[in-house]
Design a protein around this ligand. Sequence first.
Ligand SMILES: [Cu+2]
Length: 291
Amino acid sequence: MHALQFSLAALTLTLLSAAAAQSAPNVTITTTKDGYQVPAQVPAGYVHFTLKNDTDRPAEIQLFKLNPGVSADTLKSAVAALATDPGDNSADVEARIINSSELYGGVPELAAKANYDFTVNLEPGTYVVSTTSSNGDEKNPQALANLGYFQTFEVTKGDNAAAAPKADYRLQLADFALAFPATNIAAGQHTWEVVNDGRQPHFVMIMPVKPGKTEADVMKFMMSDGPSGTQDESPISMDETHGGGVISPGKTTYIDMNLAPGNYFAVCFVTDPKTKMPHAMLGMTRFFSVK
Ligand SMILES: [Cu+2]
């Protein structure tokens, strides 16, 4: 009897340590003033990414997996084209990106000196870390992808048997809707399972609605001719953004998000190839509150 109890305890310990050993390996990607620092090799399976911004301005970090037979330069030229204001051609340029890669998430906007954590299941292949942002120089706009912000890394099959993280909340992205959990959303640090159940790529940007501002204020601002107003006039606080980068249909990311109590606006700005409209105009906007 004692022996059995002992062996059960030993078995439990073995199982517990096996479960602990299977937490997702951590990979850090750092944005520096010269580009991204990325490890050359990353194991396939569930990987926890810590994205860091060591610069003094906001950064975008997006993960792409090159489709078989597609060169990194093909993707680079498409990413660079989207960065330097394609105007009415954004749907065509986005199609070039979508046809050459699968999108594995990231962060649409990471504040200066901030960190961002998410987990995603990686298949073996060649991946790219890049951004569709420009250097913001109106006189001489250049794609950051052409200024060092385009790095590749290899994902190789190893012994990573980590399970999917346990999620507190689920956010479903669809054509064209954002479906938030029906339950109350609690303030604080939580893991969000973000699923793309649509047939187009989607992302989600989440921004606080300023106190005293209504949903109507936000929608009116969204429908206006772009962000011509100053930050003071905006009904949403654009210096505090949450959410996740673009994911291809069928993909899931697990985002660690820390939301303070308040009202939030969620939106996706990918362009619909049929109507050439941003998804935001087709239904991908939602308001939710955190208590
Ligand atoms: Cu979308």
